[in-house]
Every structure is written in structure tokens, then in C-alpha cells.
Design a protein around this ligand. Structure first.
Ligand code: SF4
Length: 456
């Protein structure tokens, strides 16, 4: 059935479907090809049949827009350190047993009080007014709000804003052609090369994912690949080598490849977090086989994830966790020591403000621990005015200043060095903030508001 919270809306015309039988239609957005009966939803829970037509029920229905950093999305070679506006919606065309965002991706678990409504214009305006150069479609999976993604991405590009698509990419060929037209950066997740893994653990199939990755690779759009390394599921040397061999054969040695640590989540909680030694072994295998740029995700260790000049070895981008610092790169992205062209694309001007602050009345102290080394800061009471927040490192006293306006009321903070034990968030206004631990990159911690947000 179509959930009552959704039937408050009539649904909007969807693309990528064809008539099936009287009062039914076949959705062709993802390879699942659902044929929902009248007034029923497909597998994703956000596209359904009304009077013989597939409608989309989550156009603009989103989680709170969140300012993050491009490294959150397993993207290391496009504008390191760039601020992004992360946008997640609800529903998913897959059902991974280990999903870290299951409270929003699996519609049966969703608390609708968390859902907000945005228009394409509002999001573009939010980026422009907050000096955020990239909008990122992320979290649950952007496939299932395709129409909204396409419309907003086109508008964003017209306004000089880049677009990023982070996805498990279980999607059909035709919609990918549309994405290639309006997405600048693809961060795609290849979970395994094992068909049984896909069917059993994700309720999807492997081959369409492989075909679509090849489609993006052939388009020449910026592409980075990642594999979540899950204990006992896909973490053996054989699993890793299968992935590496496929990437080398079908995408090439130059594509950045990220091996990402898993934290126990949803239905897969009987294991520990992925050990760093497993990730290091995966990287060693990939480098040995000829991959040129291999990174480790959710790994907070110094020097692990630097990008070095392929010619002379000079460090070009220094990284710790989600934090990155461009070094030794010319404006043309060449190594300033030897002149070799680097693979880093268009470092954007850093628009973060820095400064100093005395102690302000309102404070939140966050102490980093092994479980959580980044957090979302949420405005839980606003004034409708621009607000200024100071983020001070407890160890260096370095202060970053964040300004929130035009509906942006959530942002990420993360540990910037091994020495940093914590940070203090402070502000002077009548606003109220709270923090939620982010357990992994691209994890959206949930905290439903007290009041239900009414669909418009
Ligand atoms: S997008 Fe949703 S309704 Fe359409 S085929 Fe995929 S799971 Fe089914």
C-alpha cells in the first residue's frame, strides 16, 4: 500500500516507466522493474502506480540539507576540502542488510517527522547564499528521486554550482544517460564482485551495477569508486582481488579506489568494525596489481591517505580523516617540485572563514573517540536570521567560523589531526544547537524533531 503519510500528496508524474496492464505500469528507473498494482508502491516505497501511471512520491521530500566536505563522499581527486551541500531523501531501490542509513533508506523504518520539503530553487539559493560550490546527492540513494535530482542539478549547473552523485548505482541505462548530462562527479559504490553477495545481502543484482559503472567511465565524467569492506562478507583477499581485477580491466588503473571501513549497522551487527589492517592489506594488493590511487575510508591515521606526485613522490594533498590540505600544487594542478601534472581536478578556493573568538555564552564540547570522529551540528531552534558559529580546536585553538543562512541549519565537524582531542562549538545568538555523532562517512545520524513537519 501507499503509506498514509505519502497519500497526503497526489504524487507527481514520473519518468522511465511503461504501461503494463490495465491500471498497472512497469517502472524502468532501476533494474527491479516493479509493476505495482493500482495504489501500491514499488520496492523502493516512493514510486507507485496511480490510475495506470507510475508517480513519484518523494519529489523534493528530503532530509535536512547538510553542509559537509567533499571527502565525506569518497571523493579525493576533485577540489579537496571543498564544501558540499549534502542532500538525502527517503527510500531505496536496494535493501542492504548492512545499511548505515537504514532509518531513512528503508521506508518501513522512516519517521516522517524528519522529512522536509525543498524546491530546486531553494537548494540552489541555499548553495549560492552560503558559498557552497557543490551539491551532493547522497545518503540513502539518489536513484529513487531521479526527477528531482535531474531538475535541481540542471538548475545548479546553470548557476555555476557543481553536482556530485554518490550511489550504489542499481539503475537503468536511460536514466544514467540523463545523469551524465548534468552530474560533474560520480562516487560509485561497488560492493562486491560476487553475484550471491548482491542477491543475498543487497536484494539487487551485480551485472547492472557493473554495466552502469562502465557507462559512466566511458562518458569521461569524474569518477571515483569505493568498496565497503565488511567483515566476513567481502573482506577476504580473494574478494578484494576480484574487485581490483575488474576495476583494472573495465575502468583503469587511474581511477581513485577507496576501501572503506564498515561499522556494524542495521541487520549486520554481530561483527566488529573493519580492522585497519584489513584495509591496509586491501590497499597493498591494489597497489601491487597496478592501481595508482588507493585510499582508505573511515580510517583516522596520519599519512594513510595522502596524494603524492606520481613522478617525484612529493605530497600534494595531506589528509587526516575527512580533513585535507592541498600542498605543493600549482594553480594548474601540477606538482610545484617537478612540474608533473597531478590527477587532482580544479582545487576550488577555500571559502571557510577563520578567526578568533573569546568564550561565548553558548557552548557544546565534543571529545573525539574511536567510535565517532565527526559529528553533525543541528540548529534545533532558529531565529530566521543568519547565524555565526565558532568551531575551536581544543589543541591548536584554531577557529573556523561557520555562517548559516537561507534555511541551512546543519553541518558536519570532524577531527582534523591525530593530536586533536576535541572541539568547542560556540555561538552568541538565541539559536539552539545540538550534536549527533557521525559514525562513518556519508552516515546521516537521525534525530526526529518533536513537531511533525507537514507536507505542503
Ligand atoms: S525505482 Fe522503485 S518502483 Fe522503480 S523499479 Fe526500482 S524499486 Fe521498483
Amino acid at each position: 500500500m501507499i503509506p498514509t503519510q505519502i497519500t497526503q500528496k497526489q504524487g507527481r508524474p514520473a519518468q522511465h516507466w511503461q504501461p503494463f496492464k490495465e491500471n498497472r505500469a512497469e517502472c524502468r528507473l532501476c533494474p527491479r522493474h516493479c509493476r505495482p498494482k493500482n495504489n501500491r508502491m514499488g520496492f523502493c516505497g516512493v514510486r507507485g502506480t496511480i490510475d495506470g501511471e507510475i508517480k513519484t512520491f518523494n519529489y523534493g521530500e528530503a532530509l535536512a540539507a547538510t553542509e559537509e566536505i567533499i571527502e565525506t563522499e569518497a571523493v579525493n581527486h576533485f577540489s579537496p576540502g571543498a564544501r558540499i551541500l549534502s542532500m538525502g531523501n527517503v527510500g531505496c531501490m536496494m535493501a542492504c542488510s548492512f545499511c548505515q542509513n537504514w532509518e531513512t533508506s528503508q521506508i518501513q523504518h522512516l519517521d516522517y517527522k524528519m522529512v522536509r520539503h525543498y524546491t530546486p530553487e531553494q537548494l540552489v539559493d541555499m548553495c549560492l547564499e552560503n558559498n557552497i560550490p557543490i551539491i551532493s546527492w547522497t545518503y540513502n540513494d539518489p536513484v529513487v528521486w531521479h526527477e528531482f535530482v535531474i531538475e535541481t542539478s540542471k538548475l545548479a549547473q546553470k548557476n555555476g554550482i557543481k553536482t556530485l552523485y554518490k550511489s550504489a548505482f542499481y539503475i537503468e541505462e536511460e536514466p544514467v544517460k540523463e545523469l551524465i548530462e548534468c552530474i560533474d562527479i560520480f562516487s560509485l559504490s561497488l560492493k562486491s564482485l560476487n553475484e550471491e553477495f548482491y542477491q543475498k545481502q543487497t536484494k539487487a543484482k551485480l551485472q547492472p551495477v557493473l554495466d552502469r559503472i562502465k557507462q559512466v567511465a566511458a562518458s569521461g565524467r569524474h569518477l571515483e569508486l569505493s568498496q565497503l569492506v565488511i567483515p566476513e562478507l567481502n573482506d577476504s583477499d580473494e574478494d578484494i582481488i576480484e574487485t581490483i581485477d575488474w576495476v583494472l580491466e573495465h575502468v583503469g588503473a587511474d581511477v581513485p579506489l577507496h576501501f572503506v571501513a564498515f561499522h556494524p549497522a542495521y541487520q549486520y551487527i554481530h561483527v566488529e568494525r573493519t580492522d585497519i589492517s584489513t584495509l591496509k592489506q586491501a590497499r597493498a594488493l591494489a597497489l601491487k596489481k597496478g592501481m595508482k590511487h588507493v585510499y582508505l575510508g573511515n580510517a583516522y591515521e596520519p599519512d594513510l591517505n595522502d596524494t603524492s606526485c606520481q613522478q617525484c613522490g612529493t605530497v600534494l594533498v595531506k589528509r587526516y580523516g575527512l580533513h585535507s590540505q592541498v600542498q605543493n600544487l600549482s594553480d594548474e594542478s601540477c606538482c610545484i617540485k617537478c612540474g608533473e601534472q597531478s590527477p587532482i581536478i580544479a582545487p576550488l578556493k577555500n571559502t571557510n572563514k577563520t578567526g578568533a573568538t573569546s568564550e561565548l555564552e553558548n557552548n557544546i564540547e565534543i571529545i573525539w573517540d574511536d567510535e565517532a570522529q565527526s559529528a553533525h551540528i543541528l540548529q534545533i531552534k532558529g531565529t530566521g536570521e543568519k547565524d555565526q558559529i565558532y568551531i575551536r580546536s581544543l589543541n591548536t585553538n584554531h577557529v573556523e567560523i561557520k555562517e548559516l543562512s537561507h534555511g541551512l541549519d546543519r553541518f558536519i565537524v570532524s577531527r582534523q589531526s591525530a593530536d586533536e582531542t576535541g572541539i568547542i562549538i560556540s555561538w552568541d545568538s538565541d539559536c539552539e544547537y545540538q550534536n549527533l555523532a557521525v559514525l562513518d562517512r556519508a552516515h546521516y545520524p537521525t534525530n526526529p524533531p518533536e513537531q511533525e513537519i507537514v507536507f505542503t
